[in-house]
Ligand binder design. Structure first.
Ligand SMILES: Nc1ncnc2c1ncn2[C@@H]1O[C@H](COP(=O)(O)OP(=O)(O)OP(=O)(O)O)[C@@H](O)[C@H]1O
Ligand SMILES: [Mg+2]
Length: 257
């Protein structure tokens, strides 16, 4: 039975999309079958990390939610994005990554936002994707903050990663997300601190965060200039496989497994 995992943050730009894409790569490299759903309808972006040109695709998640196509129409096999520069594919055995992108067309975004859609369709989509694609993991890249899709996605998830930066503005909102997750009784929840300056004591940060949020910190990711320079053009784990940040991401993938 496939595991549904949401990655959420209260504020934007915390690193959700990069984390989801790299977790997908890490899991697929261990032979897992993974799908990534971009539920960030207002500001989609994760397709960039998988090099998927949305101008070339006939259907997106928006079409499905508007009842224009079945759920498998906007599914794209992006396993080839695991191809490294040296030409090796790092997928083990049957590992695969499928991407369900959200539309980048203004009219399609505004139609969904103004007219809404049957939220039950999203629930159905997750279950059908897990079954049709025989998934081990379905990773949901969410829109920041609390909105209907987010609450639904979190509520349906077997695991939730709440990501935050070490920034006072992130703290209050994160506390809110953690409270919601506890009320929804998500079976597995962990906090990930991202963009921590390397000079900070990670053990101290972990202890402080766990006390503040009464939740486990399952990953501490440092702010890395290589990641900034990469600018979401590629998957960090593939580009820098031996980097400590890649090892942290693999560690997080194991926590999910
Ligand atoms: N550990 C890191 N070190 C340096 N830069 C990072 C790190 N993690 C993410 N970034 C950078 O932060 C920016 C935002 O990342 P990303 O798009 O993944 O965040 P997001 O939470 O998905 O944003 P949004 O809320 O807008 O969807 C990107 O430029 C990315 O390269
Ligand atoms: Mg994002």
């Amino acid at each position: 039975m496939g595991k549904i995992v949401s990655v959420h943050s209260f504020r934007g730009g915390t690193g959700k999309s990069n984390l989801v894409a790299n977790l997908a790569a890490s899991l697929a490299s261990e032979g897992k079958r993974v799908a990534v759903v971009d539920t960030d309808i207002q500001s989609p972006g994760i397709h960039v990390l998988f090099n998927l040109d949305l101008k070339q695709v006939a259907y997106t998640l928006n079409d499905y939610l508007l009842g224009r196509c079945p759920v498998d129409a906007p599914v794209f096999d992006v396993t080839q994005s695991l191809q490294t520069e040296r030409g090796q594919q790092v997928t083990a055995r049957n590992g695969a990554i499928y991407l369900i992108p959200s539309s980048m067309k203004v009219d399609e975004i505004t139609t969904i936002l103004s007219e809404g859609y049957d939220i039950g369709l999203l629930t159905q989509a997750f279950q059908q994707l897990v079954n049709h694609l025989n998934l081990d993991f379905l990773l949901i890249d969410t829109h920041p903050g609390i909105n209907e899709e987010t609450l639904l996605s979190i509520g349906l998830s077997d695991a939730l990663i709440v990501i935050l930066r070490p920034d006072q503005q992130d703290f209050q909102g994160t506390a809110l997300t953690v409270r919601v997750a506890k009320q929804l009784k998500i079976p597995q929840m962990g906090l990930v601190v991202n963009k921590l300056l390397p000079e900070f004591d990670q053990n101290e940060v972990k202890a402080t965060m766990e006390k503040t949020f009464d939740a486990s910190v399952v990953g501490i990711l440092t702010l890395e200039t290589e990641m900034i320079r990469l600018g979401s053009r590629d998957l960090f784990c593939l580009k820098f496989p031996e980097h400590p940040l890649s090892r942290q991401i693999h560690h997080l993938a194991h926590w999910l497994s």
